[in-house]
Design a protein. Sequence first.
Length: 484
Amino acid sequence: MEKLFKLKENGTNVRTEIIAGLTTFMTMAYIIALNPNLLTNFGAGLGDGTMVPELWNAVFMATCLASFVGMLVMAFAANKPFAMAPGMGLNSFFAVVVTNICGMLGITYVEGFRAALVIILVEGIIFLILSVLNIRQKIVEAIPLGVRLGIAPAIGLMLMNIGVGSNVGIYAAGNDFASPFYVMRDFFGALTPRVIQGGMGAEGYATMVLTVVTMFIGLFVIIILAHKGIKASVLIGMLVASVVYWAGEAIFLHANPFASLATASWIPPFADMASTTLFKFDFSTFFNIGWFTAITLIITFCMIDMFDTIGTLVGTASRAGMVDENGNMPNMKEALLADAIGTVAGSVSGTSTVTTFIESASGVEAGGRTGLTALTTGIMFLACIFIAPIAAIIPAAATSSALIYVGILMLAGLKNINFDDIAQTVPVALMLIAMPISGSIGHAIGLGLISYTIIRIFTGKAKEVSVLTYVISALFLLKFFVVA
């Protein structure tokens, strides 16, 4: 292990790396079930009542396999602790594209899915070429230092937003409570009977209270343990939160939190993937949508994925002290190559774009510094082909505890910003607002770059902006106003 991952050189050990890998896995295990749900409309395809369980099973398998492949490359080629999986946002966009293709051409959801996989294949190949030629690394270096320094705090706010927002959205049973409960919007001052009368119902109310209590118990357990210098604080906090939630389900909701394990299928659906998505590209159908639309879709996917990955790598590496004085991360080329190979693997097996996950920050905070962390997470994803039902019972409230804690820590990066320089202050402020609201790291970076460029031009410092920064800013303007 020492020779492979240079543990001593990076100030870590096998135990710490494995704990970090398990921590990262627990914070992102939700993607294993959520990704196939989003890509197949929860197994219902176009929503016309025709179920496509084979496609759901295929995407589930592809999610585990493509994530494992990406993390394998991250571990051995880049020796970095970053985890990969089909990216959130990109998977929802992919599902919309599939639905639109089906509507345009009058084909089934599975046929549209196979056509849309062409986008992911082309995107992955483009990224492979750009990574090998070091062009993606040049793009990273073209991002002004001030903007790069602001990425980590912005990701911190995004993690906190996920932790207290969408990660713990609660819907009541039935149709009488249409919108979900979100912690920071609905909880404070809401612990009164009016919530029940408002349509949440007794069960929804109890779930709301249990979720919030669990989340904060987990958060403060992590904080206390971290203060005592325990490296496994995040993992232990999540486990404590899980036990609290499971106990609450049993006592207050009169539900068995492990009931799903009794009826779960433990047999990996290899056959469904082989017959539905494995190497099932439909090029002719894809290009029937028109060359302009096809190229626009490919460019859009490329831009979103490129800057989501760059932002996550730069932000998380900054937090872990893995960057030099210029904000550059060693082995960036290899790290970018990992997501390109993962994306190609995803297209071949049957899922949307594989990208670096911001939840990697939880493993980094747990002490992960090398590829052994990524390898541990990757092995857990591979194991989920056989033990997915176990991963599915980790409560969202427990992962929220970790995401909020890591998000708070990442805000510390604001101390490195020169707030006397308006060309740094404005881009960073806009990213801090845009990232959690839009849910896109790439879009927030684009907004930061555009604002930085405009400020430099109109303050007489246009020559300080690199040519590549001008090009990227122009491309984002086109993305926002022409092909958005």
